[in-house]
Design a protein around this ligand. Structure first.
Ligand code: SF4
Length: 328
């Protein structure tokens, strides 16, 4: 991957929040995202995985310019534009809002109960004034609803009439109606039953091909990204600790944290069951990060050096990067 080929390029991005008296007033600084660099290739399904509190949601929001960028750079590139997300003009921000969208976590909370499905899906078009008439809006809504496999009869109904899976299809249709090129899906299947999860993931994959969309797919669950993503980045306590093409990450993981997450995935092989290495302890507070390697307080193979020295972020093979002293 090179900076020029990427759709979204993140370089040493930090997102810090002031706690107590704030960033300048002598209180503590919460480093939710700490010098993260990554490249999301155009047309890819890029997975971002980590436990709750790892900073993955904040990273996704900073890329969408929905969280403050404290340091570093995010660039969005398409054939005709090159936006520096932290320095956009008003006109660029408006265009970026059309091209980059978010699918919300919770299909129950995301939809206004007082709006019909038609109005929910149409709202972004109307707010951004992308259509010239109600007839044109209706046409776009019907088109995207059909792509999201929604029954057109349902457009007149209210969200409470639908199941979780159907509501998530409505959320997806709303996110896609402006024909974005980049979508952040944040825990978009976490609230759904396993069988419905597979259905929604298949839908996202087919939409990706059909509409030429780049996805940033955020999940706490490696098993969900296993069959979906082309690339996976694993995040721990505000930093990426491993990143690789998906197949490689799942077959030859190098970082002990990735290995622990993988080993927690229930196996279908009965001889394999019961061998999972449970990750011990809670993720430390981002207000009080461990010294050296930030994973050393939970790492099963940590040695003295790990608490003293920050491991270098380095490439072991093409596209496979890791931050661990003993990855080799
Ligand atoms: Fe574990 Fe040390 Fe590697 Fe960190 S650097 S992951 S503590 S072995």
């Amino acid at each position: 991957m090179s900076g020029q080929d990427s759709h979204v390029w993140v370089n040493h991005l930090s997102v810090h929040f002031g706690v107590g008296k704030g960033l300048l007033g002598g209180g503590s600084v919460l480093k939710a995202v700490d010098e993260v660099s990554l490249e999301i290739p155009r047309g890819s399904f890029f997975g971002l995985v980590g436990e709750s509190g790892s900073g993955k949601t904040t990273l996704g929001r900073a890329i969408l310019k929905a969280a403050p960028i404290s340091a570093g750079e995010v660039r969005y590139r398409d054939e005709d534009v090159d936006f520096d997300i932290g320095m956009m003009s008003k006109a660029e921000l408006k265009e970026y809002r059309r091209r980059a969208q978010l699918i919300f976590q919770d299909p129950y909370a995301a939809l206004s109960p007082r709006m019909t499905v038609r109005d929910i899906i149409a709202e972004p078009l109307e707010v951004m004034k992308l259509t010239k008439s109600r007839a044109e809006t209706d046409e776009r809504v019907r088109e995207i609803a059909a792509k999201c496999r929604l029954n057109l009869e349902h457009l007149r109904r209210f969200p409470h009439a639908f199941s979780g899976g159907q509501r998530q299809r409505i959320s997806i249709a709303r996110a896609l109606v402006c024909e974005p090129k980049f979508l952040v899906a944040d825990e978009s299947v976490a609230a759904l039953d396993v069988s419905i999860q597979a259905d929604i993931l298949n839908l996202l994959k087919s939409l990706q091909k059909d509409m030429d969309i780049t996805f940033l797919f955020i999940s706490h669950d490696l098993s969900v990204v296993a069959h979906t993503c082309d690339y996976v980045a694993v995040m721990y306590l505000g930093a990426i600790v491993e990143m690789a093409p998906s197949r490689e990450l799942f077959t030859v993981p190098k970082h002990p944290y990735t290995k622990a997450l993988l080993s927690a995935i229930p196996s279908l092989d009965p001889d394999d069951r019961g061998t999972a290495q449970k990750l011990e302890g809670e993720i430390p507070s981002p207000l009080n990060k461990p010294s050296g390697c930030r994973f050393h307080t939970r790492c099963p193979i940590a040695v003295e050096r790990c608490a003293a020295e920050i491991p270098a972020w380095r490439e072991l093979s093409t596209g496979h990067k890791v931050a661990c002293h003993f990855a080799e």
